[in-house]
Structures are given as structure tokens and as C-alpha cells.
Design a protein around this ligand. Sequence first.
Ligand code: ATP
Ligand code: MG
Length: 458
Amino acid sequence: MELKEVLRFADDKVFSKTGKHLDDLQEAILKEVLQGRKYATKIAQDRDCTEGYVRVAASELWKILSDVLGEEVSKGNVRAILERAKFYNHSSAIGENYGTVNHNVNICQERARSLTKPQNSQQTPKQLHIDLGDAPEIFTFFDRTSELSTLENWITGDRTRLIALLGISGIGKTTLSLRLIDQIKTQFDYVIYRSLRFSPTLDATLTNLLQIFSQPSEIPQNIETKISQILDYLRKYRCLIVLDDVQMLFSSGQLAGQYKTGYEDYQLFFKLIADVCHQSCLILNSWEKPREIARLSKEDRPVRCFVLGSLGEAAKEILRSENLSDEETWETLIDIYQGNPLWLELTATLIRELFGGRVSEFLQCEMPILDESLQFQLSQPFGRLTPAELAVMVYLANQAEPVAVSECFNKIPYSSSAIVNAVRSLGNRFLLDIIEEEKITLFSLNPVLKQYVKTQYS
Ligand SMILES: Nc1ncnc2c1ncn2[C@@H]1O[C@H](COP(=O)(O)OP(=O)(O)OP(=O)(O)O)[C@@H](O)[C@H]1O
Ligand SMILES: [Mg+2]
């Protein structure tokens, strides 16, 4: 049978069952394997990707074909199975007078429905497994109603597979993700939270996750098999996994979102979570935007970014819970400290200890005052900046008004490209205020960051 015919048959079968055609990579793998060739090296070279990536894509392809053809497909038997299926398909089509039904249904949705929506009331309810590891306990939580509702819609309505929950340190990512877990946990089979604060390798993270689903003796040694097994679980069960502190995977002293040496395979893992068909959702919390997320989050892809901002009016509840007085001045305080819950908590403690809780007296000092613990908080993201980024921050800290990128050229001893890249990277660390005017984009620093830069670097 002609190679082309077998390929077309495979594509037709996959399309009629899943509503999706084979993509270029799947077709390339199938073409090589059907010709009895070793596919991984050649395809990896042709496409400038790793062999591991191609192998994982191949193992996904065998699973899709197994599903579509109703028997276990592997690279060793794919040709025989496809030829046999094509032969029988042809005969039965003749016998049934071509009366075939086009099941134009996506298998992801089909599986998701069968697991999440009981077909009848007799069905056994799902068992919920929650493993929040070392997640902090949340004692108080204010507002974030619209943020919670957007995230819930993305996860339950749009079936988003990968969400980056981003924002400057202290803005409330961990707190919000734990609240979200609490709000939607009953829709899942597995709910997992893990912090990557000690920079575990991908291998260690996968082993840790697999332990939740299986016995230690069942966990494979090989990382590709571990990835494949995790993807199997994400397909089989509806899982919500939060990986917190993802910025710890990125290098210090490099532009934002650059993986440390030895951690690059996380990028491949996150891409697979976005690309491969499954019914789960992975949330990545970070104060640096992962590079691949920007590329992956397009309208038609199940990947989204959520940048968390000020707590707004609800920040008053933080001041109230700290027993501060002079409520009429609270808005000014919240504005100065950007509605950042952590910055406000630290400052509120200072106001209580030194000003008897009187906000108006505190505001009479030259603003903003940076409490020592707040300075320590800020030293962490600043410690990761490149020299060019730091030069941009120092320049911006000394400007009275927001400036355009071009205004930095010739004022900072770096090339225009280095300055443009530094500004972009600072944006990806959420350290810049970006103002879009009619024909120009302007950049500035908020009062807290301005003050920090002036005291530490001028
Ligand atoms: N909605 C909220 N209501 C009440 N307190 C909040 C809220 N969001 C955050 N906080 C408080 O603000 C502080 C910082 O929050 P959190 O640790 O979630 O920030 P984060 O963005 O995860 O910071 P980091 O990037 O440093 O991990 C915590 O003490 C938390 O209790
Ligand atoms: Mg956090």
C-alpha cells in the first residue's frame, strides 16, 4: 500500500474521531516510522528541537492512534495496524454502502465530559484527592472577586490547560491561587500545590508529582517516560496543579525568564502541557514571565497569562485588620504602596509601632518610607537584574515624568538594542509602569520602586 495512502487514511481517521488533523510534527514522525526509519534524530535536526521532544510527541501520537483505532499502537506495529484498518474500513464501507458516520468530536472533550459529568444519578461520585504540600495556610482573604471569576472561567469554561499567574512579589499570587483551589476543587479528581522555591530539577518535580498518582515502585527512571506518565494522568483524571515560585527556575543576572542551566527541560514540559490533549490545568505562579508563555498564549491556544495588580479598595480591609486610624487618608496610603498587600502589611506594622496607628501622621513624613523588611523584599528581584536593566532603573528613578524608550538612548552607556531588551525584560519582571498614550508608549517607576532605587543605587 502506498505510503501517501496510509498517511491520508491515518489523518482521516484521526480527524473523524477528534476533529483535528495530524500536525506537521506528527505527520513527519509517522512518515519516518512507516518507512522503517529511526525518526528522532533526523526530525530533531530538521526542526531544531531536542530528540526528547520528538520522542514524547511520538508517544502522544501512538496514544491518539491507539484511541482512534481501538488497539495498542506503537512504532513497531503502526504500519501493519493502519494497513489492516484501512483494508477493513474499505470493505465495510462497501458493505454498508458508504454509510459512515462522521464523529466530529474532540477526544479531549469527550473524555472530559465522561469524567466530569455523570451520565446518571447512580454513578459513583468522584473521589477528590487534595495534596497541597507545604502551601501556606490562608487566614484572611479580601475580595479578588473579578480575578477569581476570570480564572474560574478560563479553567472550567474555556478548558485552559496552562495559566501563568504573574505579578510583582507580594501582590498576592500564592494567596489567590490557594483561594481559587478552595473555590473550584470539587470539579477535579486531583488538586495539587507545589512550590519550586528550592529550584528542584524537572526530574525531581515529576517524581514528586508522580508519587501522588502511583506507588514509588511504579515511577520510571527515565525522564521522558516520567513526562509521558504525567501526561497520561492529566488525560485520565481532571487535575488542577499549581506550581508556585516558578521564577526560581530562572537565572539571576540574565534577562527575565531565562532558564538556569540544567532547567531548560521545564520549558519543554510546559509546552507539552499546552500542546498535548488532556483535561487538566497547570497554573504557574511567577514574578518573572516565562518566555514560552508569551509565545504560546495566542487567542486559539489553551494558554493564558493573568497579571495580578493592586488589591484596590479591598486593601482598606488590610489596614482595618491592622487597627489603623484616619480612614479618610487610607486611599493615599494605598496609592503610594500600589495596593500591594505585602507592602501594605509591612508598612501598616510600622505605622502601628511608631505612629500609634495614625496614618495621617505617617503620611507627613517624606513619602514613601520603606520599612526594612520591605527593602529586603525588594532586594530579591533587584538582585537578579542585569547591569543594563539596573542602569535603566536608575535612569527612570531620576526622571520626574514618564519617558519613551528612545529617550534613554545616549543617556545610558548601552547600545540601543541592549536598552530595548532591558526595558522589555523589566516589563516581564513587572517592575515598570507602562503608559500607552495615543502615539507613544511611556515608562516610569512607581513611588516605592523609585525610592528603593534612589536609596540603594544612586
Ligand atoms: N486578597 C488578599 N486578602 C488578604 N491578604 C492578602 C491577599 N492577597 C495577599 N494577601 C497577603 O499579602 C501577602 C503577600 O501575598 P502572597 O504571598 O500571596 O504574594 P505573592 O504574590 O505570592 O508573593 P511572592 O511573589 O513573593 O511569592 C501575604 O501575607 C498575604 O496574606
Ligand atoms: Mg508567592
